[in-house]
Design a protein around this ligand. Structure first.
Ligand SMILES: [Mn+2]
Length: 325
């Protein structure tokens, strides 16, 4: 634990009064959970706070308390604040255009757990061994002696649950379970939370999922598995982050698979590809993502890149095969 950086962040939070909170594009459980948990922390300290994100949150996370407070960048013309806080962002550019709101160059607090974080803030607290940004916000509450309530507990629980794949990934520590146990004191219906997030796929999305999984390709004796999702498959469909997680989860579950990749053509942006990588822990996918300008964690990483799906796919897969040798 980087205690010194944490102390500096705590001091900066105490010193400032009006905060702009943001997170990465296509926000998922940890992005939103950490934002809302942090928002509640500031409110308990009688600070002013606003959450502004580039992208809307997925429907299945709309149950998060205070989700209605989240504003979208395109709705905001001007906003005054004396401190900006980025959560779960490895680079400031991961927040999309939200950084443009910082016209007066206010200090930025960077709270993140990505190993690829480039310390973009004035105050940087980065803990790559921790499961989630939400777990870091949990530690802030403890450090500052701010009590949890049902709302903050639920938000942070969701963030930790989703980033650990429901407490299954290797980033799940004793601390992770301690945090979860503390949150459960507020009577969280954890089964309900689980079902709302993971067992909430519409039948048409499930049919799409089956179609996509039918296209899984394996190379290197099955050590690498990948799948492609062309934009035409997604047209007129709203496909959530959640579906990607399911696809990656199924691929990773194939026996003897070390690395899996999901390639997706971004809808509405011509020639832009998003690829997400997962590994069983024995292979560092962050290195692969970094090579192409992305990043993440050792066993989960991603990258958004310009180019054609087929070109990018062959480059990424070749790179993985080379690294496997
Ligand atoms: Mn995260």
């Amino acid at each position: 634990m980087d205690k010194i950086s944490q102390e500096k962040v705590v001091a900066a939070i105490k010193r400032h009064k009006r905060f702009l909170i943001t997170t990465h594009t296509s926000p998922e459980g940890d992005a939103l959970g950490s934002e809302l948990g942090f928002y509640c922390l500031l409110k308990k300290m009688n600070k002013q706070a606003f959450i502004v994100n580039q992208d809307p949150y997925p429907q299945e996370l709309s149950f998060l308390p205070k989700a209605g407070c989240i504003k979208l960048y395109k709705e905001i013309k001007k906003i005054s604040f004396d401190c900006m806080v980025a959560l779960d962002c490895s680079h400031l550019s991961r927040a999309g255009e939200v950084y443009r709101l910082n016209r007066e160059n206010r200090p930025v607090i960077n709270i993140d757990h990505h190993i690829s974080n480039n310390n973009f803030g004035e105050y940087n607290w980065v803990e790559p061994h921790l499961s989630s940004a939400s777990e870091m916000v949990y530690l802030l509450y403890k450090e500052m002696g701010v009590p949890f309530d049902r709302e903050s507990a639920l938000s942070l629980y969701v963030g930790i649950m989703t980033d650990t794949g429901s407490f299954r990934y290797s980033n799940t520590l004793e601390l992770t379970h301690k945090a979860a146990a503390e949150f459960m004191r507020f009577g969280l219906d954890v089964n309900r939370v689980y079902r709302d997030i993971y067992e909430n796929i519409s039948f048409s999305d499930m049919q799409l999922l089956i179609k996509i999984l039918a296209g899984v390709v394996r190379v290197k004796n099955g050590r690498v598995a990948y799948v492609s999702v062309p934009a035409k498959l997604l047209k007129s469909k709203k496909v959530s982050f959640d579906l990607s997680e399911h696809i990656l989860g199924f691929m990773r579950a194939i026996k003897d698979t070390q690395v899996v990749v999901l390639f997706k053509e971004n809808i509405g942006v011509k020639n832009e590809i998003r690829f997400n990588l997962r590994s069983n822990g024995s292979f560092d996918v962050n290195k692969i993502a970094r090579h192409f300008g992305g990043g993440g964690h050792k066993s989960a990483a991603g990258c958004t890149i310009k180019g054609r799906l087929t070109d990018i796919r062959s480059k990424v897969i070749s790179r993985i095969i080379e690294s496997l040798r």
